[in-house]
Design a protein around this ligand. Structure first.
Ligand SMILES: C[S@@+](CC[C@H](N)C(=O)[O-])C[C@H]1O[C@@H](n2cnc3c(N)ncnc32)[C@H](O)[C@@H]1O
Length: 752
């Protein structure tokens, strides 16, 4: 019996019964000795108790209570075999004592003998129907045996016998969760937590049950409680996942603000997932909400700073840590906020041009704004004359740098809000000037983002090895698109969790992984983080994207990724094979996606898994409408036209197909909007097509990557066993709920 089992034996309530069964010798002497032994046993003097039980047995060899109690001592010492033997002898003397059978069950449990455990527990409850622990443990056995209905009945009997037995309620709730009986599970968890309120893991599962029922508010509350009780990585990750679905409408305490800020700053999930919920908290500050309302009421007119900020707005913005963190972590995906920031940027430009001074706090906010503009690839619209005004400032800055003149720190900040500082002819002089002056630290970070890192990427791009040529017209034009607009920028990886693909791998197996179309490398780095021993090859057409990926991987210390330029369609010449292949958001940009998929499958080893992400035709109807508008208007895939196109889409009637194209988070950066609406090569798929391909290719569908809500709704519609793997049912489901796969079909396939 190992330590864990010994602890389990103690936890399970193995304790000596009162002495009742003299079995020969002088009754009075035996009873006296036994009582003394029991007293020692109860006060923890186990060695003395054992010695005296043995003396009892010398006088009375069939003294059942002594046999049993020696068995318990053996069990607690870790000698389960001796315990089984001793308690078995007690039962041979008297098989009508419920506790003998209960303790025998515990001893067999330590030997992992489920049948014996179950038999003794059944006997226990037959003798004593109100033995709550026996019912509970029998429930555990049934659950492990895959007999959930019987497990539930056992737990219910345990609860009837001992309504305050929290463990039975937790266990019952866990089985109900496994069966997808969320409401019943929630009721049990809540009753169990009323008895034992500090069980952190239970709040986690309770939160998942709430999430599955669509009760986001309760899910967030439960997840927050779990983190507050115990800061484990899974609890943090789960809290952050819940936040993704939530929007705050009131926050009377700073509780959620602090947790959300930590989730964002510490990377509990990808920052993008926290943008909407984070903005909802920021907007709860009345003074900030008023700024945003004023900017939108005046739109498209840009307000002057006093008009925009009013009396309290600027101070509120300057002290809002969450907003600052959001601005620097991910593109903000809210049109109302975008208009406010667009106005604020115009104010910054005006202040820089007028050579006004500004305090460090204001400079800090403007730096965060400039970083946001870089992050969204300068997607904000420009008012009449604004581009020319920004260009004048840029030229003036360059001129001053060329002449070695000192500039106001507001100048580079304003210039950085309209275009990357790397475009300055004298960017190096700016770095030198920044190093030589006591500028606030936020400017150093801005220069790193806009000068140092892009320079590093140019160097890495030039040195990137190529594994194949890129010849076809489609591959060349797709490559060109992503050289100009790498997709997507990202700043942080989420906390590590075991990658789904790796869950079943054998110990010691070093997985060979191919990330096909790795773009800017987020999935490659996430994989490397989750499987530090994996050997990862990440390929893409675009050197600019690969260079971004490599810079990030280097910065985060992931040396196990080999980045290379290659065309998927030519990878069949590669003399390598892989256990896992990830190709997400890529194949639908090939001339012939199915042929490209075949090439990748030819590199997958038998038993290997592949994760694929493909556009859904049903989910992209709004994109199709936007593409039609782009074709009709002749918008080109350049920044200026992308901005105009966005404005037209945002102005479309509420609820129209066209307007709903702005619901994609990709709508909020230039590079991603080009990818979303202006792609040179886009196929959209249907599930019947995918199903036919999988059949022809001889690979198995191994399930979608789903959020809890979608899974629950699908299972409510198709409860039959195996439905989750049935693409016909999924097609029906998607036809009824076309937005289901708006973020692509993400699924696994397995090569037999
Ligand atoms: C939308 S991005 C997705 C990037 C990444 N998989 C992700 O999910 O963030 C598509 C990427 O596929 C790459 N790509 C498209 N066609 C390709 C091909 N034939 N061979 C290799 N990469 C390709 C593009 O260069 C681009 O970086």
């Amino acid at each position: 019996m190992n330590r864990q089992q010994r602890r389990a034996a103690k936890r399970s309530g193995a304790k000596p019964p009162a002495g009742t069964a003299p079995g020969g010798g002088s009754d009075v002497a035996v009873a006296g000795l036994f009582d003394a032994a029991l007293a020692h046993h109860r006060t923890g003097a186990v060695a003395e108790a054992e010695r005296q039980y043995r003396r009892v047995l010398e006088l009375s060899p069939t003294h059942a209570d002594s046999l049993q109690n020696l068995g318990i001592i053996a069990l607690q010492r870790g000698d389960a075999a001796a315990a089984v033997e001793l308690i078995g002898k007690a039962i041979a003397v008297n098989d009508q004592v419920a506790d003998y059978h209960y303790n025998a069950a515990l001893a067999w449990r330590a030997l992992n003998r489920d049948d014996e455990v179950a038999a003794h527990l059944e006997r226990t409850v037959a003798l004593r129907g109100d033995h709550a622990l026996a019912h509970q443990n029998l429930g555990n056995v049934r659950r492990e045996q895959g007999r959930p209905a019987e497990a539930i009945a056992c737990y219910e009997r345990a609860i009837a016998a001992a309504p305050n037995l929290a463990a039975a309620r937790f266990n019952l709730a866990n089985v109900l969760v496994e069966l997808g009986r969320w409401d019943a599970a929630i009721a049990q968890y809540n009753q169990a937590l009323a008895i034992e309120p500090n069980r952190a893991e239970a709040y986690d599962i309770l939160g998942q049950a709430y999430l599955a029922t669509g009760d986001i508010k309760s899910a967030i509350l439960a997840a927050a409680r779990a983190v507050e009780l115990k800061e484990t990585a899974p609890a943090k990750t789960f809290f952050a996942q819940c936040l993704r679905y939530g929007r705050f409408t009131s926050d009377n305490s700073s509780r959620f603000r602090n947790l959300t800020l930590r989730a964002l700053a510490e990377g509990w999930t990808h920052p993008r997932e926290l943008v909407r919920v984070g903005l909802s908290l920021v907007l709860l500050d009345g003074a900030i909400g008023d700024c945003v309302a004023r900017a939108n009421a005046a739109w498209p007119k840009r307000l002057t700073a006093p008009e925009l900020y009013g009396t309290a707005g600027l101070q509120a913005l300057l002290r809002d840590e969450l907003l600052h963190c959001l601005l620097q972590s991910a593109p903000l995906t809210d049109i109302g906020f975008e208009r406010f920031l667009t106005s604020a940027r115009a104010g910054l430009l005006g202040a820089a041009e007028a050579d006004r001074t500004c305090d460090d706090a204001t400079l800090d906010f403007y730096c965060a704004l400039a970083r946001q503009c870089f992050e969204n690839d300068y997607v904000y619209g420009l008012a009449d004359g604004e581009a020319a005004q920004a260009e004048r400032l840029r030229l003036a800055l360059d001129q001053a740098l060329a002449e070695g003149r000192k500039v106001s720190p507001l100048w580079p900040v304003a210039v950085a809000a309209y275009g990357p500082l790397a475009a300055l002819n004298h960017a190096e002089a700016l770095l030198a000037q920044s190093a030589g002056q006591l500028w606030p630290q936020c400017i150093g970070a801005l220069l790193t983002q806009q000068i140092t890192e892009p320079a590093e990427e140019r160097r890495l791009a030039a040195a990137m090895p190529a594994l194949t040529s890129i010849d076809s017209e489609v591959s060349r034009s797709v490559r060109q698109q992503y050289e100009e607009n790498p997709y997507p920028r990202w700043a942080k990886v989420a906390l590590p969790a075991e990658h789904t693909l790796l869950a079943g791998r054998k110990a010691g197996q070093i997985p060979e992984v191919l990330i096909a179309g790795c773009g800017t490398g987020l999935s490659a780095v996430t994989f490397a983080q989750q499987a530090p021993d994996a050997r990862i090859l990440a390929i893409d057409l675009s050197r600019a994207s690969l260079a971004y990926a490599k810079r990030m991987a280097n910065a985060l210390g992931f040396g196990n990724i080999e980045f290379a330029q290659a065309d998927i369609t030519k990878l069949d010449a590669l003399d390598r094979s892989f256990d896992f292949i990830d190709s997400s958001g890529v194949l639908h940009h090939l001339g012939d996606p199915w042929q490209g998929w075949r090439v990748l499958l030819s590199l997958l080893r038998s038993g290997g898994m592949m994760q694929v992400g493909l556009y859904s035709k049903l989910a992209r109807q709004s994109v199709t409408a936007a593409r039609a508008l782009i074709a009709e208007r002749g918008y080109r895939p350049i920044a200026e036209d992308i901005r105009r196109c966005r404005e037209e889409i945002v102005a479309a009637p509420d609820g129209s197909l066209l307007r709903s194209a702005s619901a994609f988070s990709d709508f909020f950066t230039t590079n991603e909007c080009r990818d979303l609406l202006f792609h040179v090569q886009e196929h959209q798929m249907t599930l019947p097509e995918i199903k036919a391909f999988l059949a022809e290719a001889g690979v198995e569908f191994a399930g979608f990557v789903l959020d809890a809500g979608t899974r629950q709704r699908f299972l409510a519609r198709f409860a039959e066993a195996g439905s989750l793997f049935d693409l016909d049912r999924w097609h029906l489901y998607e036809t009824e709920a076309p937005a289901t796969f708006s973020a692509m079909y993400q699924f696994f396939v397995r090569k037999p």
